[in-house]
Design a protein around this ligand. Structure first.
Ligand code: ZN
Length: 65
């Protein structure tokens, strides 16, 4: 079953917290989403924590993960 989870991340450029919707099937993937505030591309990495909860880390696009 697919479920969308709302997560908040801080933009690595402007520091604003933005809300994103992620899909459990995206765990382990990374993708780019433009910041809703400054419109710069944020690299989002979707991970699962030890309890199976989705977590998202945000990086600027030039930062190596
Ligand atoms: Zn921003």
């Amino acid at each position: 079953m697919r479920s969308l989870v709302e997560q908040k991340v801080s933009c690595p450029y402007c520091g604003e917290s933005i809300e994103i919707l992620i899909d459990q099937e995206e765990a382990g993937e990374q993708y780019i989403e433009d910041c809703q505030v400054c419109c710069r591309p944020i690299t989002l990495q979707v991970l699962l924590d030890v309890e199976g909860h989705l977590i998202v880390s945000a990086h600027d696009e030039n930062e190596s993960i």
